[in-house]
Design a protein around this ligand. Structure first.
Ligand SMILES: Nc1ncnc2c1ncn2[C@@H]1O[C@H](COP(=O)(O)OP(=O)(O)OP(=O)(O)O)[C@@H](O)[C@H]1O
Ligand SMILES: [Mg+2]
Length: 316
């Protein structure tokens, strides 16, 4: 069973305006609402591939109810902890020139008893054979050690943990002992270099990036999927390092491409696919996500078509 965890979900509202004016009244049109959250995107990708998962997170107030009804409409199964505060709404406004203005709420604060309910819920799912995906930012009231703590708890219970976090939250989780460290991570180039405190340099040799990934394998991480946007990905595991080219597609929206990649990797884990097949599926699913509007996952037919075009070679 796969469980995706979105601790800081949001109702994503998108709207259009002719000209965006600061310090003035702006009348919105074409207002659309969607359930936003990296874990929810992962669940949607798994569903598109034909698999199942359970989406877990915090939801509160009228916005929380709307969020839950939207993810149910997507055909996703959910088991959320209800909180006293209201789920945030993020507003994205696009003007006639295509310029984007974003107004993001900070998100509700989680009370200690609400957090305990989440911990107990997750622990209930932390059985061997289960995969738990921890994705995205943390809500107010939860420290940067939250993912580290959850990862240790869930791995001790025998579950496999996929972590998609950045900054301090990633850093702390990677301080865990080899038997408790996240099993799978998918940093992008920025997140990986930030973790190592290395300034980004476009000319950095790929061999150097591969070396950094390998050093995480030495710490006990089973797979480092380093996503490189339109340049594809590097996959490092104890079986070596593989380089995958990105599949050229007609770009519609690259938002959530990383989430689709994780969805495919965890689907591959659940179905016991050989490593190389998991990587190919991850590349095809994420390219398909880029060719699909919004954060919607690509459908299985498109993924299967793109699978024929994957090119992966062993480099170390
Ligand atoms: N322009 C593109 N063409 C084809 N595939 C792409 C393109 N951009 C991204 N991808 C695919 O998506 C994967 C993940 O992309 P990226 O590195 O941008 O993830 P990310 O930064 O974690 O994104 P997000 O967090 O917004 O989901 C890449 O490894 C690649 O396989
Ligand atoms: Mg990402």
């Amino acid at each position: 069973m796969i469980i995706t965890v979105t601790l800081n979900p949001a109702l994503d509202k998108t709207a259009r305006v002719d000209v965006m004016r600061a310090k003035a009244l702006n009348r919105l049109r074409d207002v659309q609402v969607d359930a936003g959250g990296k874990g929810v995107n992962v669940s949607a990708m798994i569903r598109a591939l034909g698999g199942g998962s359970l989406a877990v997170g915090f939801a509160g107030g009228g916005a929380g109810e709307e969020f839950l009804s939207l993810i149910t409409q997507k055909g996703l199964k959910a088991d959320f902890v209800r909180i006293a505060a209201v789920t945030r709404t993020n507003l994205k406004v696009v003007d006639n020139e295509g310029a984007l203005t974003e107004l993001n709420e900070p998100g509700p604060a989680i009370k200690p008893e609400e957090w305990r309910e989440m911990e107990n819920k997750l622990l209930g799912y932390g059985a061997p054979g289960n995969a738990i995906v921890l994705s995205g930012s943390l809500p107010a009231g939860l420290g940067a050690d939250t993912y580290k703590h959850l990862c240790a708890l869930l791995r001790r219970a025998g579950a496999a943990v996929f972590l998609d976090a950045d900054g301090e939250a990633l850093k702390q989780a990677l301080q865990l002992e080899p038997d408790l460290i996240p099993d799978y991570i998918k940093p992008n180039r920025f997140e990986l270099l930030q973790y190592f405190g290395i300034p980004d340099d476009e000319r950095m040799a790929e061999a150097r990036l591969a070396e950094l990934c390998r050093s995480l394998i030495d710490k006990g991480v089973k797979l480092v999927a380093l996503s490189l946007g339109g340049e594809g990905a590097i996959f490092a595991s104890k079986n070596g390092v593989r380089r995958a080219a990105a599949i050229p597609v007609e770009l519609r929206s690259t938002v959530g491409a990383g989430d689709s990649m994780i969805g495919a990797l965890v689907y591959g884990f659940e179905h016991g696919l050989p490593e190389e097949d998991r990587f190919a599926l991850a590349i095809a699913a994420s390219a398909g996500a880029c060719a699909t509007a919004g954060t919607n996952p690509p459908d299985r037919t498109l993924v299967d078509e793109l699978l024929q075009k994957t090119r992966i070679e062993k480099v170390a």
